[in-house]
Design a protein around this ligand. Sequence first.
Ligand code: FES
Ligand code: MG
Length: 584
Amino acid sequence: MSPTDATKRARRKPEELRSARWFGPDDLRSFGHRSRMMQMGLDPADWEGKPIIGILNTWSEFNPCHTHFRERAEHVKRGVAQAGGLGLEIPTISIDESFTKPTSMLYRNMIAMETEETIRSHPLDGVVLMGGCDKSTPGLVMGALSAGVPFIFLPAGPMLRGHHAGKVLGSGSDAWKYWDERRAGNISDAEWSGLEGGIARSYGHCMTMGTASTMTAIAEAMGLCLPGASSIPAADAGHQRMSTQVGRRIVDMMWENLQPGDIVTEASVRNAVTVAMAMGCSTNAVVHLLAMARRAGIALTLDHLDALGRTTPVIANVRPSGTTYLMEDFFYAGGIRALMKQLGDKLDTSVTTCTGLTLGQTLEDAEVYNEDVIRPLDNPIYREGSLAVLYGNLCPAGAVIKPAACDPKYHQHQGPALVFDSYEEMKKAVDDENLAVTPDHVLVLRNAGPHGGPGFPEWGMLPIPKALIRQGHRDMLRISDARMSGTSYGACILHVAPESFIGGPLALLKTGDIIRLDLANRRLDMLVDEAELEVRRAGWAKPEPRYQRGWGHMFQQHVTQADEGCDFDYLTRDFGPAAGDPAI
Ligand code: FES
Ligand code: MG
């Protein structure tokens, strides 16, 4: 599709450019702005009458998923220049998933704040957001939605399939799987180091249906990417061409004055949720979808997600919800456009995308090339969507489970709790071969939420106790107020809200209490009577906050709970009127 096919809107005039306020007037301030552009070797012909496009780049030498972004920024710039704009690369914070401690989630809102303020404070007419590794996608999009200039999201693309000794390896999922085997004594040192070298063998984000693949698909389904962009493997030459197309398109989009609010609407958010469910999305999608939608003024709730989850089958056969394939296979099978085509009238295809075309127009020639990878609706890999929302006396504000990724025998379950107050305590116990635990036990980790973790870490796939692994068990029911990686799997109940650290009822649970999960009725309860809970509540002492200063201090004062998206209260749309453009 050529960007020139885009819907013709009333075109902006050069003097209406936001950047013209910085560079146009004959006054002292503008003299300063122009002379500083010239200091960088630019000539007035480089910017006069041209849109200035910020290329917000999350490249870093500590972000293996974004290694190619240094070069991709040049491809975007080339496209911007071809379309008559000036592209300027602006480095923004790069929060990677692999190295950031205590958890990258502590910093998602920092990405969002930096993005919003960078855009607002600079002479930018439009922006390209370069992200992909988990938190970068929601963070960038949240910030740009609040800043309110035309933008396109440029997804990093998945890395190539992993390989070692004839085995295909999937990011995260196979690390967990083989780690359990190593703990059971089944994997040699040599094989283990072979796996280390083979599981991530090109730039690009994780290539299972983890949080990265989920969130870039969500961005595309919302209309924020060029058609098909989120499925292109990072190392495919098509990814470079797509980057140049993004550069061309953002310039036209800016002239057309196609604003984020024209694209992110109730209907497009609904589409994004539906696509996420059909993809067998990461549980992290819940928190990020809530936060992103609310930045756009759309009051998405957990109940909306559960309702769409009940009616959307999982049709992407991509691990960990799927059985066999990875994102590279998904791309060869037709990618996200084919999946959206397959979803038919479950999507509202009348919505406008960043192309200026409707979603329906961008899907016209989409086709499924492998129906085992992208299944027909009547042959899904899982009949209901990948996520379910639970309520009960353990989680009055909700909890999340991924039924598609756990052994169905745990969908209805009753068993005694085995409760841990910290990750260290839990880790020690599960490695104890003499731990008194049965497959019916329910492992519980608390103090792992937004305040308790701190930062809401991905600890929710609690390791199966060694004692059970040796007996051949590989799944059991687990509960925490943590998140889990999108590449994780198993009968894990997550995001328990309110979290235990701030006095949520999970804090009152004791080892030996009976827990009942009733997935069909979406219930999660501890079978402890209210009088006893009242006694325990009276004896509960609020722990000291995790941080006394710095970002963590601000985070714990303002972060909302999982059911509200963990945005900061003062960044949400209804907190106060938008800041508007700065005085110059
Ligand atoms: Fe970057 Fe998984 S580590 S996406
Ligand atoms: Mg992840």
